[in-house]
Design a protein around this ligand. Structure first.
Ligand SMILES: [Mg+2]
Length: 256
Protein backbone atom coordinates (compact mmCIF):
# COMPACT_ATOMS: atom_id res chain seq x y z
CA UNK A 1 0.00 0.00 0.00
CA UNK A 2 2.84 2.34 0.86
CA UNK A 3 4.45 1.54 -2.52
CA UNK A 4 1.24 2.50 -4.39
CA UNK A 5 1.01 5.77 -2.47
CA UNK A 6 4.64 6.54 -3.32
CA UNK A 7 4.04 5.85 -7.05
CA UNK A 8 0.94 8.09 -7.09
CA UNK A 9 2.92 10.87 -5.39
CA UNK A 10 5.71 10.62 -7.99
CA UNK A 11 3.13 10.68 -10.83
CA UNK A 12 1.54 13.93 -9.61
CA UNK A 13 4.96 15.55 -9.17
CA UNK A 14 6.41 14.52 -12.56
CA UNK A 15 3.38 14.50 -14.90
CA UNK A 16 2.84 18.32 -15.18
CA UNK A 17 6.53 18.86 -16.03
CA UNK A 18 6.43 16.16 -18.73
CA UNK A 19 3.20 17.52 -20.26
CA UNK A 20 4.48 21.11 -20.32
CA UNK A 21 7.75 19.98 -21.96
CA UNK A 22 5.76 18.16 -24.66
CA UNK A 23 3.57 21.24 -25.26
CA UNK A 24 6.69 23.42 -25.53
CA UNK A 25 8.18 21.06 -28.11
CA UNK A 26 4.94 21.10 -30.17
CA UNK A 27 4.83 24.91 -30.04
CA UNK A 28 8.47 25.15 -31.07
CA UNK A 29 7.91 22.74 -33.96
CA UNK A 30 4.96 24.87 -35.16
CA UNK A 31 7.01 28.02 -35.52
CA UNK A 32 10.75 27.77 -35.43
CA UNK A 33 11.31 24.57 -37.36
CA UNK A 34 9.50 25.65 -40.54
CA UNK A 35 11.75 25.11 -43.55
CA UNK A 36 13.09 28.48 -44.73
CA UNK A 37 12.01 29.76 -48.14
CA UNK A 38 14.73 29.62 -50.82
CA UNK A 39 16.83 32.84 -50.68
CA UNK A 40 15.81 33.77 -54.24
CA UNK A 41 12.13 33.64 -53.37
CA UNK A 42 12.69 35.67 -50.20
CA UNK A 43 14.59 38.31 -52.17
CA UNK A 44 12.04 38.46 -54.99
CA UNK A 45 9.09 38.84 -52.64
CA UNK A 46 10.94 41.70 -50.91
CA UNK A 47 11.71 43.21 -54.32
CA UNK A 48 8.03 43.05 -55.28
CA UNK A 49 7.02 44.72 -52.00
CA UNK A 50 9.59 47.49 -52.65
CA UNK A 51 8.13 48.03 -56.12
CA UNK A 52 4.54 48.18 -54.90
CA UNK A 53 5.32 50.61 -52.10
CA UNK A 54 7.41 52.83 -54.42
CA UNK A 55 10.49 52.26 -52.27
CA UNK A 56 12.16 51.00 -55.45
CA UNK A 57 11.61 54.39 -57.15
CA UNK A 58 12.52 54.25 -60.83
CA UNK A 59 13.34 50.77 -62.11
CA UNK A 60 13.77 49.48 -65.64
CA UNK A 61 13.22 45.75 -65.71
CA UNK A 62 12.47 42.78 -63.51
CA UNK A 63 15.63 41.34 -61.91
CA UNK A 64 16.56 38.26 -63.93
CA UNK A 65 16.24 35.92 -60.95
CA UNK A 66 12.70 37.21 -60.22
CA UNK A 67 11.17 36.53 -63.65
CA UNK A 68 9.60 33.25 -62.51
CA UNK A 69 8.13 34.85 -59.39
CA UNK A 70 6.54 37.63 -61.47
CA UNK A 71 5.21 35.11 -63.97
CA UNK A 72 3.69 32.97 -61.20
CA UNK A 73 2.32 36.05 -59.42
CA UNK A 74 0.51 37.65 -62.37
CA UNK A 75 -0.92 34.31 -63.44
CA UNK A 76 -1.86 33.19 -59.95
CA UNK A 77 -4.44 33.69 -57.25
CA UNK A 78 -2.33 36.11 -55.17
CA UNK A 79 -2.58 38.83 -57.85
CA UNK A 80 -6.37 38.42 -57.93
CA UNK A 81 -6.58 38.46 -54.13
CA UNK A 82 -4.32 41.52 -53.80
CA UNK A 83 -6.46 43.34 -56.37
CA UNK A 84 -9.63 42.27 -54.57
CA UNK A 85 -8.39 43.72 -51.27
CA UNK A 86 -7.59 47.05 -52.99
CA UNK A 87 -11.04 47.13 -54.62
CA UNK A 88 -12.80 46.34 -51.33
CA UNK A 89 -10.94 49.15 -49.53
CA UNK A 90 -11.81 51.54 -52.36
CA UNK A 91 -15.47 50.57 -52.18
CA UNK A 92 -15.54 50.95 -48.38
CA UNK A 93 -14.15 54.49 -48.73
CA UNK A 94 -16.50 55.34 -51.64
CA UNK A 95 -19.51 54.37 -49.54
CA UNK A 96 -18.60 57.06 -46.99
CA UNK A 97 -19.01 59.85 -49.59
CA UNK A 98 -22.30 61.64 -50.10
CA UNK A 99 -22.50 62.02 -53.87
CA UNK A 100 -24.11 65.29 -54.99
CA UNK A 101 -26.52 65.54 -57.89
CA UNK A 102 -24.42 68.06 -59.84
CA UNK A 103 -22.39 65.39 -61.67
CA UNK A 104 -19.09 66.69 -60.27
CA UNK A 105 -18.16 63.79 -57.98
CA UNK A 106 -15.67 61.74 -59.97
CA UNK A 107 -13.40 58.74 -59.66
CA UNK A 108 -10.44 58.32 -62.00
CA UNK A 109 -9.29 55.01 -63.43
CA UNK A 110 -6.15 54.32 -65.41
CA UNK A 111 -6.65 51.84 -68.28
CA UNK A 112 -3.74 49.41 -68.85
CA UNK A 113 -3.13 46.96 -65.97
CA UNK A 114 -5.90 48.81 -64.10
CA UNK A 115 -9.17 48.29 -66.00
CA UNK A 116 -7.81 45.85 -68.58
CA UNK A 117 -4.99 43.33 -68.46
CA UNK A 118 -2.24 42.98 -71.06
CA UNK A 119 -0.70 39.88 -69.46
CA UNK A 120 -1.51 37.84 -72.54
CA UNK A 121 0.69 40.18 -74.59
CA UNK A 122 3.51 40.48 -72.05
CA UNK A 123 3.68 36.70 -71.60
CA UNK A 124 5.06 36.41 -75.13
CA UNK A 125 8.24 38.27 -74.22
CA UNK A 126 8.99 37.27 -70.63
CA UNK A 127 6.64 39.66 -68.79
CA UNK A 128 8.78 42.67 -69.74
CA UNK A 129 11.84 41.11 -68.11
CA UNK A 130 13.59 41.95 -71.40
CA UNK A 131 13.52 45.21 -73.36
CA UNK A 132 10.11 46.82 -73.88
CA UNK A 133 8.84 46.45 -77.45
CA UNK A 134 6.62 49.49 -78.03
CA UNK A 135 5.56 48.67 -81.60
CA UNK A 136 4.50 45.15 -80.54
CA UNK A 137 2.40 46.69 -77.75
CA UNK A 138 0.75 49.13 -80.17
CA UNK A 139 -0.20 46.23 -82.42
CA UNK A 140 -1.64 44.37 -79.41
CA UNK A 141 -3.54 47.48 -78.25
CA UNK A 142 -5.08 47.91 -81.70
CA UNK A 143 -6.33 44.32 -81.56
CA UNK A 144 -8.56 45.37 -78.60
CA UNK A 145 -8.38 41.91 -77.03
CA UNK A 146 -7.33 42.75 -73.46
CA UNK A 147 -9.72 41.30 -70.86
CA UNK A 148 -10.99 43.13 -67.77
CA UNK A 149 -9.20 42.85 -64.46
CA UNK A 150 -12.15 41.29 -62.59
CA UNK A 151 -11.94 43.30 -59.37
CA UNK A 152 -11.53 46.58 -61.23
CA UNK A 153 -14.68 45.81 -63.21
CA UNK A 154 -16.40 44.97 -59.93
CA UNK A 155 -15.32 48.30 -58.37
CA UNK A 156 -16.23 50.23 -61.53
CA UNK A 157 -19.80 48.94 -61.36
CA UNK A 158 -20.07 49.53 -57.60
CA UNK A 159 -18.95 53.15 -58.06
CA UNK A 160 -21.48 53.66 -60.83
CA UNK A 161 -24.12 52.25 -58.49
CA UNK A 162 -23.09 54.81 -55.86
CA UNK A 163 -23.57 57.63 -58.39
CA UNK A 164 -19.93 58.53 -59.14
CA UNK A 165 -18.98 59.76 -62.59
CA UNK A 166 -16.03 57.83 -63.94
CA UNK A 167 -13.12 59.43 -65.76
CA UNK A 168 -10.69 57.16 -67.60
CA UNK A 169 -7.25 58.74 -67.87
CA UNK A 170 -4.69 56.87 -69.93
CA UNK A 171 -1.25 57.45 -71.39
CA UNK A 172 -2.40 55.79 -74.62
CA UNK A 173 -2.31 58.06 -77.65
CA UNK A 174 -5.36 59.88 -78.99
CA UNK A 175 -4.92 57.90 -82.23
CA UNK A 176 -5.83 54.76 -80.21
CA UNK A 177 -9.20 56.12 -79.07
CA UNK A 178 -11.36 53.84 -81.22
CA UNK A 179 -9.55 50.61 -80.36
CA UNK A 180 -9.37 51.58 -76.68
CA UNK A 181 -13.12 52.28 -76.55
CA UNK A 182 -13.82 49.05 -78.40
CA UNK A 183 -11.62 47.09 -75.99
CA UNK A 184 -13.15 48.66 -72.88
CA UNK A 185 -16.68 47.92 -74.08
CA UNK A 186 -15.90 44.32 -75.00
CA UNK A 187 -14.28 43.88 -71.56
CA UNK A 188 -17.56 44.98 -69.90
CA UNK A 189 -17.06 48.72 -69.20
CA UNK A 190 -19.63 51.28 -70.23
CA UNK A 191 -21.04 54.75 -69.50
CA UNK A 192 -17.84 56.50 -68.51
CA UNK A 193 -18.02 60.30 -68.29
CA UNK A 194 -14.74 60.97 -70.13
CA UNK A 195 -11.97 58.96 -71.75
CA UNK A 196 -8.85 61.15 -71.78
CA UNK A 197 -5.98 60.09 -74.04
CA UNK A 198 -2.63 61.74 -74.64
CA UNK A 199 -2.65 64.12 -77.63
CA UNK A 200 0.34 64.87 -79.85
CA UNK A 201 1.33 68.03 -77.89
CA UNK A 202 1.62 66.02 -74.67
CA UNK A 203 4.06 63.33 -75.74
CA UNK A 204 7.05 65.13 -74.17
CA UNK A 205 5.61 64.98 -70.66
CA UNK A 206 6.23 62.17 -68.19
CA UNK A 207 3.14 60.16 -67.32
CA UNK A 208 3.07 61.80 -63.89
CA UNK A 209 3.23 65.33 -65.35
CA UNK A 210 0.62 64.55 -68.01
CA UNK A 211 -1.83 62.90 -65.60
CA UNK A 212 -1.44 65.60 -62.93
CA UNK A 213 -2.11 68.28 -65.59
CA UNK A 214 -5.31 66.48 -66.61
CA UNK A 215 -6.44 66.25 -63.00
CA UNK A 216 -5.74 70.00 -62.65
CA UNK A 217 -8.00 70.65 -65.67
CA UNK A 218 -10.76 68.58 -64.06
CA UNK A 219 -10.44 70.41 -60.74
CA UNK A 220 -10.45 73.72 -62.68
CA UNK A 221 -13.80 72.71 -64.17
CA UNK A 222 -15.22 72.11 -60.71
CA UNK A 223 -14.92 68.33 -60.49
CA UNK A 224 -14.25 66.78 -57.10
CA UNK A 225 -11.79 63.90 -57.50
CA UNK A 226 -12.62 61.55 -54.65
CA UNK A 227 -10.68 58.50 -55.77
CA UNK A 228 -8.00 57.47 -58.23
CA UNK A 229 -7.16 53.87 -59.13
CA UNK A 230 -3.98 53.02 -61.02
CA UNK A 231 -1.23 50.42 -61.30
CA UNK A 232 1.57 53.02 -61.48
CA UNK A 233 2.58 55.57 -58.87
CA UNK A 234 2.72 58.05 -61.77
CA UNK A 235 -1.06 57.54 -62.12
CA UNK A 236 -1.53 58.74 -58.56
CA UNK A 237 1.16 61.25 -57.55
CA UNK A 238 1.46 64.95 -58.45
CA UNK A 239 -0.75 67.98 -57.79
CA UNK A 240 -3.69 67.85 -57.57
CA UNK A 241 -4.05 64.40 -56.10
CA UNK A 242 -7.32 62.60 -55.54
CA UNK A 243 -8.58 62.57 -51.95
CA UNK A 244 -7.70 58.86 -51.85
CA UNK A 245 -5.43 56.94 -54.21
CA UNK A 246 -5.54 53.17 -54.71
CA UNK A 247 -2.49 51.35 -56.04
CA UNK A 248 -3.24 48.22 -58.01
CA UNK A 249 -0.35 45.74 -58.14
CA UNK A 250 1.95 45.60 -61.14
CA UNK A 251 5.39 43.99 -60.80
CA UNK A 252 5.96 43.86 -64.58
CA UNK A 253 6.96 47.43 -65.42
CA UNK A 254 7.48 50.97 -64.16
CA UNK A 255 6.32 54.16 -65.91
CA UNK A 256 7.76 57.43 -64.55
MG1 LIG B 1 -1.56 51.41 -66.19
Amino acid sequence: MQLINLMLLLFFILAPTTISQTLLQVTQNDGLNEPPKPPNMMYCESWRLAVETNNAGEWHKIPHRCTDLVKDYVNGQQYITDSKVVARHAQAYAKTIVVAKDGKDVWIFDVDETLISNIQHYAIDGYRSKVDNESAFEKWALSAKAPALPWSLWLYKKLQGLGFHLVLLTGRKETHRNSTEQNLISAGYHSWKKLILRNSTETGKTAQEYKASKRAELVGKGYRIHGNSGDQWSDLLGWPEAKRSFKIPNPMYHIP
